[in-house]
Design a protein around this ligand. Structure first.
Ligand code: ATP
Ligand code: MG
Length: 264
């Protein structure tokens, strides 16, 4: 059964989509079966994966509203990870879902149909705590939080942690924090170092050892509609996301081992 991760932070422009696309590609490069769900009406993860959002007939929008089957809406002829795409139509779902039953768990129900076909399902969430993001948080087992180490980052983080707690109480008891990812990191920046140290103090092992540096190749890749791994495998950005994928796989293997030990 797939491990389902919501990549979320209500703060805009922190690297959610860059992380979604490049982690999907890095996990796929290590032979994991991956589905990337674009849950943002901006459709950046869709375009960044080489799929033209303007020509799509069925998207995650139709799946959420029960107008399309998830098997029909997902794009599988990619040669790498699969994509459940999105475009601006999804912005309407926010309002249209309000009158629909079980509106927070529409994505969860849809993913349940195909989760056995994947090792990882990554959900790229929009930069807000709206009904779309709630669908992501209800469908996921855990949250991966990309963040920039800057002045207001910790404040934003505590809001997000409160939201996760609320979702756990009311909607999805299994939801946990998978990890915190430092993005666009500049090790020469003193403030970044301080915020990073505070982050490790508060969250300990939850902070990934892998750090994503600011890297121009990462910013260029979306304009080619490909992950950085396919643009320049040797770039610092590509190597950082490969390291993150390795760390996530190792952690999961370790947890599985601990579970086996506990049972024996
Ligand atoms: P939004 O909240 O709008 O969905 P986001 O959190 O998904 O944004 P991205 O779109 O991934 O953030 O990144 C914001 C911008 O920063 C993009 O132009 C992206 O190319 C650039 N960027 C992200 N990560 C890096 C990096 N490590 N190095 C250089 N540029 C980056
Ligand atoms: Mg985004």
């Amino acid at each position: 059964m797939a491990r389902i991760l919501a990549i979320t932070n209500q703060k805009g422009g922190v690297g959610k989509t860059t992380t979604s696309v490049n982690l999907a590609a890095s996990l796929a490069a290590t032979r994991q079966r991956v589905l990337l769900v674009d849950l943002d009406p901006q459709g950046n993860a869709t375009m960044g994966s080489g799929i033209d959002k303007r020509t799509l007939k069925q998207t995650v929008y139709h799946v959420l509203l029960g107008e399309a089957q998830i098997r029909a809406a997902r794009v599988t002829d990619t040669g790498t990870y699969h994509v459940l795409p999105s475009n601006r139509e999804l912005a309407g779902a926010e309002i249209e879902l309000i009158d629909i039953e079980q509106r927070e768990t529409r994505l969860k129900s849809a993913l349940a149909e195909i989760a056995h076909e994947y090792d990882y399902i990554l959900i790229d969430c929009p930069p807000s705590l709206n009904l779309l993001t709630l669908n992501g948080l209800c469908a996921a087992q855990a949250v991966l939080i990309p963040m920039q180490c800057e002045y207001y980052a910790l404040e934003g983080l505590s809001d997000l942690v409160q939201t996760i707690k609320k979702v756990r109480t009311h909607l999805n008891p299994q939801l946990e924090i998978e990890g915190l990812l430092r993005t666009m990191y500049d090790p020469r920046n003193t403030l970044a170092q301080q915020v990073s140290a505070q982050l490790q103090q508060h969250f300990g092992d939850k902070v990934y050892r892998a750090v994503i540096p600011r890297n121009v190749r990462l910013a260029e890749a979306p304009s080619h509609g490909i992950p950085v791994l396919m643009l320049d495998k040797t770039s610092k950005g590509a190597q950082a996301y490969l390291a993150l994928a390795g760390e996530i796989l190792n952690r999961e293997a370790q947890q599985a081992q601990e579970t086996t030990n506990d049972q024996s």
